[in-house]
Design a protein around this ligand. Structure first.
Ligand code: ADP
Ligand code: ZN
Length: 431
């Protein structure tokens, strides 16, 4: 097995913990330079990083939330002078006002290093041609992956998002071997290939990094099958410098979370107390090395669990399960709690389903109803209408057996439901 940085990627758990404590003490000192953390940490008697003498002392520190970042906007969480800052990025604003993160040159270098390590662990190498189909701009998915891919030495095509026909032309002309995109956009790209005059034979793609939005295992499998490639789950968030927080290795069995840069905790969504490995909860991250915007115990709102046990690749960093959704993705329909990912799993497992779907919530008198619009392949429409009804009933029953609410199913032609350039928006709450 090859590594980008063998020493750090295969570090023993004992040495990792020693390293984490040392870095934690340093990052607490950086955090103390911000008005926000100075008040907060002094309030619980922490005046110096050395006041934390063991890793578990981290648990004395209160969580940092997206709202804290919003309140400290624009510069309340900046721990260095503006002279030292070379860039800012902001979150996409999926759940409200975007949050801002600052980078010194060293922060950019470190984040790029982690992305390079992440790309390498999927088997990508200098010889690859990498097409980056994430939006360039304030969103970290474009520029931060770009810098990491360059650091690894791949030939980078900064395609940015959108313009499907141009994306296909770039893929073909430069014989791109690796693509980075949202899973929803990749599926869209596939569905447009034929119409735009391309076929799989025109492409040399071997791998995709898919991330930025929740997706089920079945979406991954669909992408792999349609393009005949390997697709690797890539997780990151702007608050933690963007992509490269956790990435799948060649074994594709959960994402290694780079624990020499991040301390991960999983907390119970109700009690907010840390819970043991293997149990589902909200991911909380502490970044261990960042000069400009150190964040301690940041509540990501992302739901996952730690996968216990060793990975065959030999990396010792623990893995997280694919993100099930955000805590605020949960829908309550007629009093029943539902995650959109539960519906997606059923939809994407159905062989007749094409590449897109939508969930719509509406009032229906006193009650509420859930409508699932699904694109199905053209063959389905050429079948007998009785078969269409049968297919609808099959999907309806399968969804009902998981969410305990009977959905209304609408079948649509391929390519007829809207797609987004950035993160997919699939739930429309019209109540
Ligand atoms: P925003 O929080 O406004 O969407 P970001 O651009 O920082 O802004 O996006 C980070 C979020 O995107 C994560 O917190 C997570 O919810 C989602 N995300 C990123 N990568 C993945 C992934 N591989 N699987 C599921 N969700 C992801
Ligand atoms: Zn591994």
């Amino acid at each position: 097995m090859e590594f980008y940085n063998k020493e750090l990627e295969t570090i023993s758990r004992k040495d990792l913990e020693i390293l984490q404590l040392k870095k934690l003490q340093n990052i607490v000192n950086s955090a103390l330079k911000t008005p926000f953390y100075k008040e907060r940490l002094n309030g619980i008697g922490i005046k110096n990083g050395l006041d934390l003498t063991k890793l578990s002392d981290l648990q004395k520190i209160p969580y940092t939330t997206k709202d804290d970042l919003r309140e400290a906007f624009p510069y309340g969480l900046l721990s260095v002078s503006k002279d030292e800052v070379v860039r800012l990025h902001a979150s996409s604003g999926t759940t409200g006002v975007p949050t801002t993160i600052y980078f010194t040159q060293k922060d950019i270098d470190r984040a790029s290093e982690l992305v390079a390590r992440s790309c390498f662990c999927t088997g990508s190498r200098k010889s690859d041609v990498f097409q980056n189909v994430m939006t360039y701009g304030l969103f970290t998915g474009g520029l931060m992956l770009h810098y990491g891919a360059e650091k690894l030495g791949m030939l980078v095509i900064p395609a940015s998002s959108g313009n499907t026909s141009r994306q296909l032309k770039l893929l073909k002309d430069y014989e791109s071997t690796v693509i980075h995109a949202t899973p929803s956009y990749l599926l869209h790209l596939y569905s447009k290939m034929d119409e735009l005059g391309y076929s799989l034979k025109d492409l040399k793609l071997k791998k995709a990094y898919i991330g930025a939005e929740p997706h089920s295992e079945d979406i991954r499998k669909k992408i792999e099958k349609l393009f005949n490639i390997d697709a690797y789950n890539s997780y990151g968030l702007s608050e933690m410098s963007g992509p490269g927080v956790a990435f799948e290795c060649e074994y594709k069995n959960g994402m290694h979370l780079w624990e020499d840069y991040y301390i991960a905790e999983i907390i119970d969504r109700d009690t907010l107390q840390p819970i043991e490995d293997g149990k589902d909860g909200e991911l909380v991250l502490t970044n261990l090395e960042r000069e400009a915007t150190p964040l301690l115990r940041y509540r990501t709102k992302d739901l996952t669990r730690i996968i216990t046990g060793k990975c065959e690749c030999g990396r010792t960093h623990r893995r997280i399960e694919r993100i099930k959704g955000r805590t605020d993705d949960m829908l309550i329909i007629n009093g029943v709690n539902i995650f959109p990912s539960q519906i997606e799993e059923i939809v994407m497992k159905t062989p007749e389903v094409h590449t897109n779907y939508q969930i719509i919530l509406r009032k229906a008198g006193e009650l509420e109803k859930i409508i699932v619009k699904i694109e199905v392949t053209n063959d389905v429409f050429s079948d007998d209408t009785r078969d269409l009804e049968k297919l609808k009933a099959k999907i309806q029953n399968n969804i009902q057996s998981v969410i305990f609410v009977k959905p209304v199913i609408e079948l649509h032609e391929p390519g007829s439901l809207p797609v987004q350039q950035g993160k997919a928006i699939r739930v429309f709450d019209e109540r």
